[in-house]
Design a protein around this ligand. Structure first.
Ligand code: SAH
Ligand code: TYD
Length: 405
């Protein structure tokens, strides 16, 4: 049994993925002997409805000066964050605006405020990616955000018009301290705008690879309602996003400060129809995850026995769950192609498959590319059309295991 991170009720996991390494912990062979593994169980709180990890890795083991995820490796995401920034500028800023972003990484979003001289502040504890943001002219504090930091920011800079976060709120187990900090930081009409992979998409698409150490929570409106109510905040709008396989953007404000869009109630109703508030939904999900694993392993073993070459595409943190849960070994997947310099020349966490630059993929195209970065499929397939015309095929596993051209 564990205690719910949101409401404190007891909960037990509905499944565990077994022992997992740090998802973004790409490593060199001389580090294999010291690699740390942690159980990865996930549970549903019947009281407040939050889906969450029930065992956690300490934040400084994941976010540090050698963090492997650089936001700007996807051109499509760069465009997405430019549009996000445009929306904030057009709709949510008052006179003398101040914008804060949590988990601002390499400055992919805040640079659009910096370049037009809007007062902004990024909060990014991973020093290497924070340094990249600073180089782009983005003001960044290299710290973990919490209520105490919010107090210091208010004292130094005043309150904010907008507090932004993408793919980070769900990373923080001490979320009450974050939300309390947001409530302090926001001007009376200020808004919190954040987006994260959406629980409804994870359940509908069996995208179990969203479950890994960094993702402490799997959010939906139903569970977030409870969290924000504890801090005098409310969700005033929701806008579904196509990013990361299906995300939700939530717009949150001080209670009563903004009219509440009809989209919020509509989303709650969809969540009810999908059964997101019922334990049985997660039991069914577990069975689908097991089938997905078995189907993928059967396909990879068949391709190996047929003498085919399979290479991974995208050394994602999501793939750490897939590789370690399914048991993918270097004899099944020869290497993983990735454009991130810090990952190249290293090995995938736990499964120890070499990560190589894209040039190796292009110069020795395999028979099959296992698309670990399936969330970027549109961008990747558009630029890899030569791979397919040359006879190569994609293997995807979300929403089901299949071969695609
Ligand atoms: N927003 C970017 C980065 C997401 S990765 C994007 O969507 O591409 C999550 C980021 O949050 C990492 O850069 C990590 O270092 C940062 N992070 C983790 N915990 C945090 C905390 N408590 N406060 C601020 N940032 C945090
Ligand atoms: P992503 O799926 O965004 O994140 P996560 O680590 O959270 O699962 O990671 C995409 C990875 O794929 C990243 O390491 C960069 C790599 N990548 C490529 O190698 N080529 C590409 O064309 C794209 C878009 C990404």
């Amino acid at each position: 049994m564990a205690d719910c991170l949101i409401c404190g009720s007891e909960l037990s996991p509905f499944m565990t993925f077994g022992k997992m390494p740090v998802a973004n912990g790409f490593l060199a062979p001389d580090q294999f002997a010291f690699e740390a593994f942690y159980e990865l169980p996930v549970g549903f709180c019947a009281e407040c409805k939050m889906v969450q990890l029930t065992e956690l890795v300490e934040p400084d083991k994941m976010f540090h000066d050698n963090y492997a995820f650089y936001s700007s490796t996807s051109a499509a995401m760069a465009k997405h964050f430019e549009e996000f920034a445009d929306l904030v500028r057009e709709k949510y800023l008052g006179p003398n605006p101040f914008v804060v972003e949590i988990g601002s990484n390499d400055g992919i979003m805040l640079r659009h405020f910096a370049k037009v001289g809007i007062q902004h502040l990024g909060i990014e504890p991973s020093a290497n990616v924070a340094a990249e943001a600073c180089k782009r002219g983005v003001e960044t504090i290299c710290e973990f955000f919490d209520e105490n930091l919010a107090r210091r920011i208010v004292a130094q800079h005043g309150q904010a018009d907008a507090f932004l976060g993408a793919n980070v709120m769900c990373h923080i187990p001490t979320i009450h301290s974050v939300v309390a900090g947001v409530a302090l930081l926001l001007k009376p009409k200020g808004v919190l705008i954040f987006e994260d992979p959406y629980l409804g998409d994870i359940i509908e698409k069996t995208s179990y690879d969203q479950i890994y150490d960094e993702h402490a929570f799997y959010f939906c409106v139903t569970s977030l309602d409870y969290l924000f109510a504890q801090h005098g905040l409310e969700i005033v709008d929701v806008i579904p996003q196509k990013t990361h396989g299906g995300s939700m953007r939530y717009i949150v404000a001080h209670k009563g400060a903004w009219p509440v869009s009809a989209a919020v109630a509509a989303q709650r109703a969809k969540e009810q129809a999908l059964g997101l508030g019922k334990a049985s939904t997660y039991e069914k999900f577990r069975a689908k995850v097991e089938k997905s694993r078995d189907d993928l392993m059967a396909l990879l073993r068949k391709l190996k026995s047929d003498g085919k070459r399979v290479v991974g595409y995208g050394a994602t943190s999501k793939s750490t769950t897939v590789m370690n849960y399914c048991g993918i070994t270097p004899d099944l997947v020869e290497f993983v192609s990735d454009t991130t310099p810090i990952k190249q020349g290293k090995f995938t966490p736990g499964s120890h498959i070499p990560v190589k630059p894209h040039e190796e993929f292009a110069s020795q195209p395999p028979d099959y590319a296992l698309l670990f970065a399936w969330n970027h499929a549109a961008e990747i397939k558009a630029k890899e059309s030569a791979f397919v015309t040359g006879g190569g095929r994609w293997i995807v596993y979300v929403p089901r295991v299949e071969i695609q051209s």
